[in-house]
Design a protein around this ligand. Structure first.
Ligand code: ADP
Length: 483
């Protein structure tokens, strides 16, 4: 791998400021999803290393929590600056292990740095309250304190920003963190650990362990020292982690699956709606939890939307993300590809028509053609399950009530999108959608300043914004008498 800063490519885990192998000496292979070549190996850590990382994070917590918000802010800012300075190398590492086009990888890294910048500033504003006490001679004081050691389990679709989004908030308020990145994308996590060390975080404050997800996850969730689990991933794994965390009653944040509706009303700005659908559906080859998965278009404008949208999709350039001009990479692995193949076949079997795509890509490997399906049945699997791939199913609707009902007919509740210029409708629909995020006339709602998170089986807790700090804080009520 051609990097300007070769030290960013680490094949060891990072515990207590040291680069370590697994105690068993075992390793895990990491693949490039574009070429299917092996990039390298990382330690296959187990319970032993996880316990060590937790103990070291706990020791570090005793002093890190005593530092001032200003001191933590200075180190965080430095970390964010180093990430920004090294954006080209970090993007290359990400594209090689994750597959997204280089420009998208750069975008993610710069976005990841904005979480750090935001929380470096926001940490100085963790205010408490003094409440008027109705009882004579008494006072009520409310303070906020860091919850303690945090276990952060992160996914492969955003290998950088899911780590910074969680850890910047946790570290800013005085928590220490043990990160378990997805096995497909450990190098992006280890690279930000190199920069965390350089930024000056004391040993044990930020740790990254690679290896068996279920073993590490079990220890992180059941170890009583860990006081908080922050997870981004599938609803299925989220439920396991919730159950496991129950035994020690941990605070939890769960950013789980989504099944975003994207509604185009008859008064929408057509070109804007097409552009928004394209962004929200095909970013990261459709592998984001806020990707629009069900596109509902009003019957009066359905044919026009289908034509224009299909035309835009035909311009997507699929290939190896390292190459110039590529706008869509491969899927992460074989099982993801199989799910996409299965969803499209099932949709076609239940009546859908293929407007474009509909098959594996001639490039082979994990590539799939950007696909638009029209006339999709509400009984098709794709209507109920998250596809996590470059497939856009279109549905026709005729009234607001009907489409709101269809949009809410899912156990998920993360992001939703709609396009309209009618102010009354905008308020009504925004309030009626059962989602944590409602994005109106905007295909890309995620930035550091906003509370990202879902309702229903999409999870709990919020990341980003000032609300994201609450997930790493406990509230203490101090009762003062005898005054
Ligand atoms: P996806 O389906 O998007 O791959 P997963 O929920 O399977 O999402 O994975 C998200 C993260 O959860 C990854 O870091 C993965 O290694 C981890 N993970 C998967 N299974 C478990 C488990 N049983 N316990 C803890 N972590 C897990």
């Amino acid at each position: 791998m051609e990097l300007n800063n070769k030290s960013l490519f680490k094949q060891k885990c990072f515990i207590n400021g040291e680069w370590l192998e697994s105690s068993s000496g075992e390793t895990l292979e990491v693949n490039n999803p574009a070429s299917l070549e092996i990039i390298g190996n990382v330690p296959k850590c187990s319970i032993t290393e996880t316990k060590k990382a937790i103990d070291d994070a706990n020791k570090a917590f005793q002093t890190w929590k005593e530092t001032t918000a200003k001191e933590r802010s200075v180190i965080l800012k430095k970390w964010g600056e180093l990430i920004t300075e090294n954006v080209d190398d970090l993007a290359k590492i990400m594209t090689i292990e994750q597959g997204k086009p280089l420009a998208e990888a750069k975008g993610e890294i710069l976005m990841g740095a904005t979480y750090i910048e935001f929380y470096a500033e926001e940490a100085k504003r963790v205010y408490g309250d003094i409440v008027p006490d109705p009882r004579p001679g008494k006072r009520i004081v409310i303070i906020k304190q860091p919850v303690g050691v945090v276990g952060a389990i992160t996914p492969w679709n955003f290998p950088n920003s899911m780590i910074t989004r969680k850890c910047a908030a946790a570290l800013a308020v005085g928590c220490t963190t043990v990160v378990k990145p997805a096995s497909q994308t450990p190098y992006s996590a280890l690279a930000v650990a190199v920069l965390a060390k350089e930024a000056g975080f004391p040993d044990g404050v930020f740790n990254v362990i690679t290896g068996s997800a279920s073993e590490i996850g079990k220890e992180l969730t059941s170890n009583p020292i860990v006081r908080k689990i922050s997870f981004t991933g599938s609803t299925e794994v989220g439920k396991i982690l919730l159950e496991q965390s129950a035994s020690t009653v941990k605070k939890v944040s769960m950013e789980l699956g989504g099944h975003a509706p994207f509604i185009v009303f008859e008064d929408a700005d057509m070109d804007e709606a097409v552009a928004g659908a394209l962004q929200s559906k095909f970013r990261n080859s459709g592998q984001t939890c806020i990707c629009s998965n069900r596109i509902f278009v009003h019957e009066k404008i359905y044919d026009e939307f289908l034509d224009k949208f299909t035309n835009e999709v035909s311009k997507i350039k699929v290939g190896n993300g390292l190459e110039d001009g590529i706008t869509s990479g491969p899927l992460i692995d074989k099982s993801s590809l199989e799910k996409v193949i299965n969803h499209v076949q099932d949709a076609v079997n239940t009546g859908a028509k293929i407007a474009i795509g509909g098959d594996v890509h001639s490039l082979g490997g994990n590539y799939y053609q950007p696909t638009v399906l029209s006339n999709v049945s509400t009984k098709a699997k794709i209507t109920f399950e998250e596809t996590f791939g470059p497939v856009a199913p279109l549905y026709k609707f005729s009234s607001d009530d009907e489409v709101i009902k269809m949009a809410n007919d899912t156990p998920y509740g993360l992001a939703s999108y709609f396009y309209s210029r009618d102010i009354g409708r905008i308020w009504r629909v925004a309030e009626a959608l059962e989602y944590g995020i409602v994005s109106i006339n905007n295909g890309l709602p995620t930035i550091a300043e906003v509370p990202f998170g879902g309702v229903k089986e999409s999870g709990m807790g919020r990341e980003g914004s000032r609300y994201g700090l609450d997930d790493y804080l406990t509230i203490k009520y101090i009762s003062m008498g005898g005054i």
